[in-house]
Design a protein around this ligand. Sequence first.
Ligand code: ZN
Length: 270
Amino acid sequence: MDIKNHTKLQGEFRQIAEVAGFLWQRGWAEANGGNISVNLSLLFDNTSPNDQVFSAVYEFDETYPAIAGDFFYVTGTGKRMRDVAQSPLDHGAVFRVNADGKSAAIVSEKAVKPTSELPSHLSIHNFLKAGGNERSVVLHTHPTELIALTHCPLFLDSKKLTRMIWSMIPEARVLLWKGIGIVPYALTGTTDLAISTIKQLQKHDVVLWEKHGALTVGDDIMHCFDLLDTLTKSAKIYLAARTAGFEPQGLSQKQMNELADAFGLPVDND
Ligand SMILES: [Zn+2]
């Protein structure tokens, strides 16, 4: 597999670069904050698997059976999003999970060590693939306004937060129809954080990590970005109103139900 001359893969890398640039421009990716991983397996020819292994094999503590044999792009540990935006393969790598589901090797030319959040990412990809998503994307970043909301105990309740977000602008009610999951504070890179996140992803495709950031999943990195962009827009409207000294009225329940009806969405996020 010649990664550099693979047109479809290059298209994927361009999208990853574009989104990494958006994260930086939005101020969501200070220093080496945030990480991206994408399951690229559908673009690889599985008949010629490990013919280009450029790194030592990584051993994991967990086994990921659903993604055994799959190929992923993952941003590198300590790498800056603003650099990923310039050149994804110099600040991240493509690796393949081995057939045992318990180890992996880098197959792109530069052996860029994956993010320290790799176990969380792989657990989530494993969960998504087991649920039928073969093109899974996991995007984690630090949107300022969303983190601010998680410092308010009122919004650590998924239902209350979702209702507020939905009521700020019609687009949020439609795009974020699955509601927002909340993951209580947990140390970054731990199994606890991964387990709590997966629990929330059973219902939602966007979750907030208390006092840390946001994580979204999907099968299209641009869509993942759109979800976070819309969510942040709602949060900004709420905070702008509060800063101006008034409590925003928000769309009424009737207006939100009307939107759900018009777009064929469930009325509640439970
Ligand atoms: Zn983070």
